[in-house]
Write a protein that binds this ligand. Structure first.
Ligand code: S3P
Ligand code: PEP
Length: 416
């Protein structure tokens, strides 16, 4: 039986300060790099959510130690070994970042995940691993990696237009491959440039030698050093909270907004300003104040994690929006273009799917069930709509635990 959450309508402008847990993307990269390093590491203030617990579990099953150290995680690298059966859940980072590591283990490693995970694109990275010398059977979940203790590495050309994680996954393990790896992309643009920059930055910080050019990345073989990985707050998960300020004409401050970051969520500063918010960063905190909500015409290909919440805000704007450059979201937790269209229209909206995005014409909305398709960001989008539209019931709110188990409490606290 699906659970229903009556999304609270705002009874006035928000006036709140929120602190958010760590970034999924930084936590899961830190876990992989720490597991591949020569010495132990401390991952400071990691996100503890379904996606990161699955990553920790997968790396443990392959021989790494991942233990609580107060609020932190202590990672002790171990000899990589199977056999193992790994659950990737619905986590793109786990399904794309762990197979390149498993290929260096010994023994048979079976990967599987949630029913919808079997539909997410995997063939590109599994084929690339075969080119780099790994023994992989299958082109989608479930699949098997037969680790032989080492991966020769070398050059590979892929079409990563479906997901930047195809590139990131190969690069993160590449320092430990015999010849390292040169990954070239050929095809329509790779989405999520900030996430690729995050991969390169974190590899270099861990001591890897990485060169980049247009659509090419070269990682030299070499040791990775352990140490301390500081996890920033998850700025993509700031989206619904900052959007609440805009939607209610109030104020929301997010604590600990980094001055400089590779997280795509940093773009919220510009995107929400373009939609009518006033945005200021002071003493390391980011504050958004809302007035009227304007539509936008924008390419979100680099920051698609923000699209669900921005689509909800756009449905409440004073003019139409076009969200472009996000065709690859059809391969996310669900087909997000179809899901947003169906669910916003189900509340009386006027959303049309484009080949690469959404066209959103605001209309008066009414209450109803907002289905979420096991997608954390659909829960967040439903919550944002519910602020302004009485009677929105969000299906399976627990789905938000993929990246933010505390969402409900922080949301309620924000509205108090
Ligand atoms: O590398 C990462 O941490 C991520 C990359 C992006 O994937 P896509 O390029 O598949 O959109 C993003 O949407 C995802 O949430 C996290
Ligand atoms: C696309 C997302 O997740 P994943 O890492 O599973 O691809 C997301 O969090 O918006």
């Amino acid at each position: 039986m699906p659970q229903m959450w009556p999304a609270p309508a705002a009874d006035g402008p928000t006036d709140a300060t929120v602190a958010l847990p760590g970034s999924k993307s930084i936590t899961n990269r830190a876990l992989v790099l720490a597991a591949l390093a020569e010495d132990p590491s401390l991952v400071r203030r990691p996100l503890r959510s379904r996606d990161t617990l699955l990553m920790a579990g997968a790396l443990r099953a392959l021989g790494a130690g991942v233990e609580d150290a107060g609020a932190d995680w202590r990672i002790t690298p171990g000899e990589l070994r199977g056999p193992a059966t790994l659950d990737v859940g619905l986590a793109g980072t786990v399904m794309r970042f762990v197979p390149p590591v498993a290929a260096m283990a010994t023994g048979e490693i079976l990967f599987d995940g949630d029913p919808h995970a079997r539909k997410r694109p995997m063939g590109t990275i599994l084929a690339a691993l075969r080119v780099l010398g790994a023994d992989v059977e299958g082109d989608a979940l479930p699949f098997t990696v037969r680790g032989t203790g080492a991966v020769p590495g070398g050059s590979v050309t892929i079409d990563a237009s479906g997901s930047s994680q195809m590139v990131s996954g190969l690069l993160l393990a590449a320092p430990r491959y015999g010849k390292g790896a040169e990954v070239r992309h050929e095809g329509p643009p790779v989405p999520s440039a900030p996430h690729l920059a995050m991969t390169v930055r974190m590899l270099r910080d861990a001591g890897a030698s990485v060169e980049t050019g247009p659509d090419v990345w070269r990682v030299q073989p070499g040791a990775l050093r352990g140490g301390e990985f500081d996890v920033e707050p998850d700025l993509s998960n700031a989206a619904p909270f900052l959007a609440a300020a805009l939607v209610t004409g109030g104020r929301v401050t997010v604590r600990g907004w980094p001055a400089e970051t590779t997280q795509p969520g940093d773009e919220l500063r510009h995107l929400l300003a373009a939609m009518g918010a006033s945005v200021t960063r002071e003493d390391g905190d980011l504050t958004v104040r809302g007035g009227s909500i304007h539509g936008i015409d924008v390419d979100l290909g680099d920051v698609s994690e923000l699209s669900c919440v921005l689509a909800a805000v756009a449905a409440l704007a004073d003019g139409p929006s076009r969200l472009r450059g996000i065709a690859h979201m059809r391969g996310h937790e669900t087909d997000r273009l179809a899901a947003l269209t169906a669910e916003i229209n189900g509340l009386g909206g006027d959303v049309r799917e484009l080949p690469d995005g959404l066209e959103i014409r605001p209309r008066p909305l009414h209450g109803g069930v907002f289905h979420t398709y096991d997608d954390h960001r659909m829960v967040m989008a439903g919550a944002v709509l519910g602020l302004a539209v009485p009677g929105v019931e969000v299906e399976n709110p627990g789905t938000v635990g993929k990246t933010l188990p505390e969402f409900g409490e922080i949301w309620a606290e924000m509205l108090r």
